[in-house]
Design a protein around this ligand. Structure first.
Ligand code: MRU
Length: 351
């Protein structure tokens, strides 16, 4: 299990490792109210689908503490709405806020119960990461050379990660030769964050620019691709960091497996297909600048969609904490979500 964590809950503040400043500086930011938490999510101090959900849950706890002893769920509506308005694509955010709302609705001691729920969401994610790691590692060949995209590790979750948990688990089993980490323009999650995490674990890693993957596949230097996801639609279409779709197309062309890893909190059965997934558009500055340096002429227009959708037909398998889902995803994903609900809620009552 990695020692990296993106967040620390102190009881009256949420401390976040500022991921904008990695790998150069390790600086923690203390959020003492829900507005600071919301701003931290928007500004990408913290990012990654499960980590965003966990962070928002703690934000609700801060709102409840600030509302005082007599507060009701209605008093928390501005916080719930404000946190929901931060980033649109990762469904874990809405999943976590729904859980907090449901707990608050039946609560006698609002702030304490919400704190227990946020902590439970955090702990459950840690356990789901381990389970995904074990299920997914079995899919990789021996001496695997694996390409991954974006950052899907401890920085993005409450545990070892999603795709990176698979890689970590396979590494512990001695079955990883090397990881290729896509740089992941424009925010550079791959080169700044994934490389930082894997280097700390001693896992051999080579950073490549996003445009190099095709060349390496053509030369037979990649055995499999493993990525995370921000939202899986009911039909198995997968939203993930911009550039993922291109990698999946490359896999299909080169006959390579394309694996997606995410907990059931990332599966959105209420969204029929990828066409219905909202795609976040981020500020132009992320494209026009690398760090403080301008790399696009002043006045030139840019596009900055933060995510893309990979059609289910290009996805070899989807790994969740429940196991490995295979096509047809409409049935296999629904079974994983049902199994997760049964585990979390316990067995149904006797009729
Ligand atoms: O914009 P980000 O950095 O929040 O995007 C993160 C990703 O796209 C990850 O691949 C995804 O959240 C799944 S891994 C936890």
């Amino acid at each position: 299990m990695t020692t990296v964590t993106p967040m620390r809950w102190t009881g009256d503040a949420l401390e976040l490792l500022d991921q904008r400043r990695l790998p150069v500086d390790e600086v923690w930011v203390a959020c003492r109210d829900w507005r600071a938490v919301a701003e931290a999510i928007v500004e990408m101090v913290v990012r990654g689908a499960p980590a965003i959900g966990i962070t928002a849950a703690y934000g609700v706890v801060l709102a409840a503490r600030a509302a005082g002893p007599g507060a009701t769920l209605a008093d928390l509506e501005p916080a719930l709405a404000g946190l929901a308005a931060t980033r649109p694509t990762a469904v874990n955010l809405f999943w976590a806020l729904d859980r907090m709302r449901a707990r608050g609705a039946v609560s006698a001691s609002l702030a304490d119960d919400l704190e227990a729920e946020a902590t439970a969401i955090h702990d459950e994610d840690r356990r789901m990461c381990s389970a995904m790691g074990d299920h997914g590692a079995a899919l990789l060949p021996d001496a695997a050379r694996v390409l991954t995209h974006c950052n899907t590790g401890a920085l993005a979750t409450g545990g070892d990660g999603t795709a990176l948990a698979v890689i970590r688990s396979a590494w512990r089993q001695g079955r990883v030769a090397r990881i290729y980490a896509d740089e992941t323009r424009p925010f550079l999650q791959g080169s700044r964050l994934t490389a930082w995490e894997l280097q700390r674990d001693g896992i051999p890693t080579r950073v490549i620019t996003d445009s190099m993957a095709a060349h390496l596949m053509q030369r037979g230097e990649i055995d499999a691709v493993v990525v995370g996801t921000d939202r899986v639609a009911a039909n198995g279409d997968v939203a993930n960091k911009i550039g993922t779709y291109g990698v999946a197309v490359l896999c299909a062309h080169h006959g390579l497996p394309f694996y997606v890893v995410g907990p059931t909190s990332t599966i959105d059965l209420g969204t029929a297909s990828g066409a219905d997934i909202p795609i976040e558009r981020r500020p132009a500055r992320e494209v026009t600048h690398v760090g403080e340096r301008r790399v696009v002429p002043e006045g030139v227009e840019v596009e900055n969609p933060a995510f893309d959708v990979t059609p289910a037909a290009l996805v070899t398998a989807i790994v969740t904490e429940q196991g490995v889902a295979r096509p047809p995803y409409a049935t296999s994903l629904a079974a994983h979500v049902a199994a997760a609900g049964a585990t979390r809620l316990g067995p149904p009552p006797d009729p």
